[in-house]
Design a protein around this ligand. Structure first.
Ligand code: UTP
Length: 294
């Protein structure tokens, strides 16, 4: 790693959205706590960050999201009961997943004004250093976790990186899309970026999948960012400004695994089946149950 490239120690997880697509399930429970097999969606994403070497986990929460903070805290009574009953493997699962003392921060986005605004809420906790950003409802399933893959690219290129993957051409208007110098390359410089381009205008079919490495200069731009697509303060709009200033490199890293949008019912249900099929001790039985259903 060159001396000028600062290490990524912190990751931001915006979890303040309303999760309206999952009502009524998300009326009192955050959508990030819905489970994929036996782990909340947010836990899968924190695991990915930890596997990439992240040391500090910053959650942008909101009203009704307190249970996320509880999930990442120790549960003394439960742990003691498990220990007394000799349930050592269950206890080990709890302690393995627990972030260390002082490794988590929680701040509230007081109104869900958009992803860009949620990220801006992390500015003081992140401080003047580059950081990772992971959208918790996008599960990235692969042998090499997506953020670890991006960290490797960051060591080589520095600057800002976004994970991308192809989508069918007729769906590009639903996503943040990038144009790149070499669409087939694993890592490629970004030439254009646009949030939800009108049909037929997308610069490519590569969409931003919800994993980012960003330099702290993004916060200054977010502070003045006006509302964009959907009336929300869009992260992509500030990233475009940062990219167009040409003061920092901006690269796309192609993600080659499977992506499940757990913010949508179909993505969430498919993720549950895919993760369960891949799980030892569960996959074989589930496969035979699914055969009966289909
Ligand atoms: P989404 O747009 O998918 O989440 O944002 P949402 O608004 O909760 O979903 P629906 O459409 O109402 O069902 C992607 C991520 O960004 C967070 C969400 O919690 C989600 O993890 N987010 C979004 C915020 O933290 N704040 C916001 O203002 C918007």
């Amino acid at each position: 790693m060159s001396r000028s490239i600062k290490r990524i120690r912190k990751a931001v997880f915006p979890v303040a959205g309303l999760g309206t697509r999952f009502l009524p399930a998300t009326k009192a429970m955050p959508k990030e706590m819905l489970t994929v097999v036996d782990r909340p969606v947010i836990q899968h994403v924190v695991d990915e960050a930890r596997a990439a070497g992240i040391e500090h986990f910053i959650f942008i929460t909101g009203r009704n999201k307190g249970v996320i903070e509880d999930h990442f805290d120790s549960q003394f009574e439960l742990e003691r009961t498990l220990a007394e009953r000799g349930k050592n493997s269950e206890l080990a699962i709890l302690t393995r997943d627990l972030p260390g003392a002082g490794q988590t921060s929680f701040t509230r986005q007081q109104a869900p004004l958009g992803l860009g605004h949620a990220v801006w809420c992390a500015r003081d906790i992140v401080g003047d250093e580059p950081f990772a950003l992971l959208l918790p409802d996008m599960l990235h399933h692969a042998k090499m976790p997506c953020l670890a893959d991006m960290m490797a690219a960051y060591q080589e290129h520095g600057g800002n990186l976004v994970a991308v993957a192809p989508v069918p051409e007729d769906q590009t208007h639903q996503y943040g899309i990038v144009g790149v110098t070499d669409p087939k390359a694993k890592v490629s410089a970004i030439t254009k970026m646009v949030e939800k381009p009108p049909r037929g205008t997308a610069p490519s079919n590569l969409h931003i999948t919800g994993r980012y490495i960003l330099q702290p200069e993004i916060f200054g731009l977010l502070a003045n960012q006006e509302r964009g697509a959907g009336g929300e303060i869009q992260l992509t709009d500030s990233m475009i400004q940062l990219m167009e200033a040409k003061t920092q490199p901006f690269h796309a890293v192609r993600f080659d695994g499977d992506i499940y949008d757990c913010g949508s019912k179909i993505g969430f249900l498919t993720a549950n089946v895919a993760y369960a099929l891949a799980r030892d001790g569960l996959g074989v039985e589930l496969r035979s149950e699914l055969k009966k259903l289909l």
